[in-house]
Write a protein that binds this ligand. Structure first.
Ligand code: HEM
Length: 153
């Protein structure tokens, strides 16, 4: 794991204000559908420009995707899988070890949106919930940024 070199920056917008994506999305996809979505997303991340941030070993990458899936099940109003198996969400704090600047966020969002698009085409993500899910990702990911835009390389 790499060491942080830049001090922690807090986005001016503060914590996400938007609501959560609808629980109907979870009902439609089921927990296995959410785990499959995050598995696809992490495989993409692993080979993306952000690949160095994520585990190189495919099994470790899959495990990392399961933690994120557990969070999304919980955020979608499902079972509290993340709190039960990982701990208190505190998402921003959990991202502090990684230097996330505005451009890393946009890359992350791009790959998530591509993954969702592909799942919609494959019929495994209900298109009527795509816009609200993506809106949630936009709002929440802004709060994960922890590098001052002025210091962006
Ligand atoms: C909607 C916004 C986001 C959500 C819901 C989210 C969710 C999560 C969750 C649940 C974890 C696991 C935390 C843990 O292991 O304790 C995680 C880890 C991580 N996230 Fe995010 N994340 C978001 C945005 C981002 C962004 C924008 C980046 C970088 C561009 C990022 C990079 C990472 C990395 C590198 C890890 C560690 C992976 C590992 O386990 O090795 N995340 N994220």
């Amino acid at each position: 794991m790499h060491e942080r070199t830049k001090e922690i920056y807090t986005p001016e917008g503060g914590p996400p204000q938007g609501g959560r994506p609808p629980t109907e999305l979870l009902v439609a996809m089921g927990e296995p559908g959410v785990f499959a979505l995050l598995s696809d997303f992490y495989k993409r991340l692993g080979t993306s420009e952000l690949g160095d941030m994520f585990p190189k070993d495919p099994e470790a990458l899959e495990e990392a995707s399961k933690k994120s899936a557990a969070f999304f099940v919980q955020v979608l109003g499902g079972r509290p899988l993340f709190s039960t198996y990982v701990g208190p969400p505190r998402m921003r704090m959990r991202h502090f070890p990684f230097e996330i600047d505005a451009s890393a966020r946009l890359t992350w969002l791009f790959h998530f949106e591509e993954t969702v698009d592909q799942s919609v085409s494959a019929g495994s993500f209900p298109s009527e919930h795509q816009a609200s899910f993506v809106a949630f990702l936009h709002g929440f990911s802004a709060w994960m940024v922890n590098v001052d835009p002025a210091l962006e390389s």
